[in-house]
Write a protein that binds this ligand. Structure first.
Ligand SMILES: [Mn+2]
Length: 230
């Protein structure tokens, strides 16, 4: 595990790992089609990362269609993409020994009011968490920013993991951005903000960025809902 406060050089490596994954996500949006399986999309991601300077994946890529999105650690399967599904992709690249971590959920075709509503809640919670990521806040309080918003909207019991974690040479490092962690954020710590809502058998939404404390989120990609035509 790397030190909790990163050096400028380490941060440059993480930024490059984020750039590779931003490029990869844009490529996925151009590649994905109805009838493809989760596993096919995961294979595309691995090839893309390796062909664009990544030394490897930070962790096994998660590609989840529809109800699969309700499992935070879903393993890509032969389930096929159909109209009306939400798609969650959680992936990271390693560059110079350092990891990136990135999740987006997007819509394929026509989605329901409920899917839009759940997306909007996670979207707003994640923006609040990104805004609150500043030196001086405790990890407990930062977790509460996302958790309280989701709870106020009625989905508190469906946000079943911590808000985030440190990132470095390992994909999960200190600090744990969760309830009870009294670590105070300092500039040049690198953490994720990744709230989610999971409705078993139905759907899930997670949105994640990697951030440098004192600098903000590293991805150039926004988090507004993208709807790909079916
Ligand atoms: Mn993560």
């Amino acid at each position: 595990m790397s030190d909790i406060v990163k050096t400028d050089k380490q941060i440059l490596l993480i930024k490059r790992a984020v750039e590779i994954i931003d490029d990869c996500y844009e490529a996925v949006l151009g590649y994905i089609r109805g009838g493809m399986s989760e596993a096919e999309v995961a294979d595309f991601i691995e090839k893309f990362v390796l062909e664009h300077g990544g030394e490897g994946l930070s962790f096994d890529t998660i590609v989840a269609f529809g109800a699969g999105g309700a499992e935070p650690h879903h393993v890509p399967s032969d389930v096929k993409l159909e109209n009306g599904m939400l798609v969650t992709i959680d992936m990271g690249a390693i560059y110079g020994g350092y990891c990136s971590d990135f999740t987006r959920t997007f819509a394929y075709g026509e989605i329901s009011e409920k899917q839009r509503e759940v997306y909007d809640i996670v979207y707003r919670a994640q923006l609040l968490g990104v805004e609150a990521t500043k030196a001086g806040i405790t990890c407990h309080d930062l977790d509460a920013v996302c958790r309280d918003y989701i709870s106020d909207k009625g989905y508190g019991d469906k946000f079943i993991h911590t808000t985030g974690h440190g990132v470095g040479t390992l994909i999960h490092e200190d600090p744990r951005v969760g309830k009870g962690t009294q670590t105070v954020l300092e500039n040049n710590m690198v953490i994720t903000i990744e709230p989610g809502i999971y409705l078993p058998g139905e759907m899930g939404v997670r949105i994640e960025d990697t951030l440098v404390v004192g600098e903000g989120k590293l991805s150039r990609l926004g988090t507004e809902l993208i709807i790909l035509p079916a």
